[in-house]
Ligand binder design. Sequence first.
Ligand code: SF4
Ligand code: SF4
Length: 183
Amino acid sequence: MSSSLRNCDSCTACCDGWLKIRIDGQEVRQGKPCPHSCKTGCRIYANRPQDPCVEFVCGWMTPDSPFPEWMKPDAAKVVVLYGCGTWRGLKVDLAVPVGRIIPQGSLNWLRNHASVNTRPLIWTENERKNGKYTGKQSVHVYGPPEFQQEVRELFVQHAGDAMGILRAISLAPAIPPSRPHAA
Ligand code: SF4
Ligand code: SF4
């Protein structure tokens, strides 16, 4: 959680295991929320760790955020790591569901935002078997065809880890895309 003109209030979407983080040396992952997370927010808010808690700002909380009120992560069921990567000079956003999948309305908004602002988008879906999350995810892309191809090629190499894929494409040489943003 971080501070901006907006407030997290009772949202704990980035604390409840949808993003893989470490708190007090313990892994926080799907099915294993941060032990400090409660219905009203963070129990140790004033003393929360600097990294990642103070430093992390989701897209909805970013100063001058383009996200509408209804896209608050606990309501829209998606946490967006806004501009957390780059591809050929373009900002790339990563959207992670709060639950198994991102609801269609939220996904439509994200795809439209990606298209209008020429921001390639990666989003994930979480695998669930027998009522339990397996920790595996599928990765989906929206953006120029070359971007989609590069992400697909990196999927196996990075064992489906969206952050790993994002880091890899961000390190690639900044060749301008040959076509405008497209699905
Ligand atoms: S997902 Fe965003 S709004 Fe929700 S707790 Fe985290 S930083 Fe705050
Ligand atoms: S310490 Fe607080 S802010 Fe940090 S992940 Fe846990 S509940 Fe969230």
